[in-house]
Design a protein around this ligand. Structure first.
Ligand code: 5GP
Ligand code: ZN
Length: 143
């Protein structure tokens, strides 16, 4: 629990939310300012700011829940598809510093965009540059 975290306050019941799913590790509730009918947030109950801060158990519980809930949320509001995404860090648009996955139901002709629309101008990268980036990322992951 982080003292001044809105989502920890929701987990603790200090701030009301429209809860749609709950386990010992995970809570899912409707977004207060929905991008679409059924827009749902899925969070770990323990406070972690960034995806990389989650311990293995919390990460697995969170992504299991996202996997399980996405089609159910979609069906509940009779949507045709869904975007699933996490704003991981302020520069990526994260406003609430407690990890949360957005499940945004999508409807044919709703005028929205794919997740490719989230980034800025696309870089123009040569094959050599892409090779170099793949090497850097693989080395950083170091599996
Ligand atoms: P972010 O930009 O951090 O990925 O998204 C935060 C999301 O949390 C926003 O979509 C916003 O509408 C939602 N949100 C912020 N405060 C509350 C709240 O108190 N209750 C609920 N249910 N959603 C909230
Ligand atoms: Zn928190």
């Amino acid at each position: 629990m982080s003292d001044d975290c809105i989502f920890c306050s929701i987990v603790d019941g200090e701030i009301p939310a429209r809860t749609v799913y709950e386990t010992d590790e995970v809570l899912a509730f409707l977004d207060a300012n929905p991008l679409a009918r059924g827009h749902t947030l899925v969070i770990p109950k323990t406070h972690a700011e960034r995806v990389g801060d989650l311990d293995a158990d919390a990460a697995s519980a969170l992504f299991d829940a996202v996997s399980d809930l996405t089609s159910r949320v979609q069906d509940a509001v009779d949507a045709d598809a869904a975007n699933v995404g996490i704003n991981d860090g302020e520069a990526a648009g994260q406003e609430v510093p407690h990890v949360h996955a957005h499940v945004v139901p999508r409807f044919e002709g709703d005028g929205g965009a794919p997740i490719h629309a989230v980034a800025g101008k696309r870089p123009d990268l040569s094959d050599d540059e892409l090779d170099g980036i793949a090497e850097e990322v693989a080395a950083a992951i170091d599996v």
